[in-house]
Design a protein around this ligand. Structure first.
Ligand code: HEC
Length: 165
C-alpha cells in the first residue's frame, strides 16, 4: 500500500519538525549528552553550600509541618511555620549575588508562596491552604529541576560564576 502526501503537506510537516527541534534546543541552551546532568551548575563554597542545605532542610520540614497542621486545622502552627519561612535570615546575601537571575527568582517565588500561606492562615479554609502548600511544593521542584550545586574551586573573589560546570 502506498501513502500519498501532497507536497505542501510534507513541507508543512518538515517545517513543524524543524521548528520543534529548534525550539527544544533554544529552550535548553544545549543538548546534554546521555547520562549527563543537564541542570545548570552553581558553584558554591563549602560554607555557602552548608547554608543552602540548612535552609533546604528547614523548607522540607516546614512543608511537612504545614501539611500536617492543615489536616488538623491548626491555624496557629500554619501561621508560625509559614511566617518563619517567608524570608531568609539574611545569611544568603552573598549567595544571592552570585547565583543566576533565574535561581534568584525561583527562590523569591518560593518565599512568596510561604508569605501567601502565612496570610491565608487566619481565615482561609483548610482545603485552600492545602492547595497553596501543594503549589508551593511545585516551586521546590521547579528549582531542583533546573539547578544543581558543584563545589567552587579556588578562584579570585569576584570572578563571575561560569554558567555551567
Ligand atoms: C531556588 C532554588 C531552590 C528552591 C526554590 C528549593 N530548593 Fe531545595 N535545593 C536547591 C539546591 C541548589 C540544592 C542542592 C544543594 C547542594 O547540593 O548542596 C537543594 C537541595 C535540597 C535538599 C537536600 C538538602 C541536603 O541535605 O542535601 C532538600 C531536602 C531540599 N532542597 C528541599 C527543598 C524544599 C522542600 C523546597 C521547597 C519548599 C526547596 N528545596 C526549594 C535549590 C532549591
Amino acid at each position: 500500500m502506498t501513502m500519498r502526501f501532497s507536497l505542501p503537506f510534507l513541507t508543512l510537516l518538515l517545517g513543524l519538525l524543524i521548528g520543534a527541534a529548534g525550539f527544544a534546543w533554544l529552550d535548553t541552551g544545549r543538548i546534554a549528552a546521555p547520562g549527563e546532568d543537564p541542570r545548570l551548575a552553581i558553584r558554591l563554597t563549602p560554607d555557602e553550600r552548608a547554608h543552602v542545605r540548612g535552609e533546604m532542610l528547614e523548607f522540607l520540614n516546614g512543608v511537612a509541618v504545614i501539611s500536617d497542621a492543615a489536616l488538623a486545622g491548626d491555624r496557629e502552627t500554619i501561621a508560625e511555620t509559614a511566617d518563619a519561612l517567608k524570608r531568609g535570615d539574611g545569611g544568603g546575601q552573598a549567595i544571592r549575588q552570585k547565583v543566576p537571575e533565574g535561581f534568584r527568582l525561583m527562590s523569591r517565588d518560593l518565599r512568596q508562596g510561604f508569605a501567601g500561606i502565612s496570610e491565608m492562615a487566619a481565615t482561609a479554609d483548610m482545603e485552600s491552604i492545602q492547595r497553596a502548600t501543594a503549589e508551593t511544593l511545585h516551586r521546590c521542584a521547579a528549582c531542583h529541576g533546573s539547578y544543581r550545586v558543584i563545589p567552587q574551586s579556588r578562584r579570585p573573589a569576584g570572578l563571575a560564576t561560569p554558567p555551567d560546570g
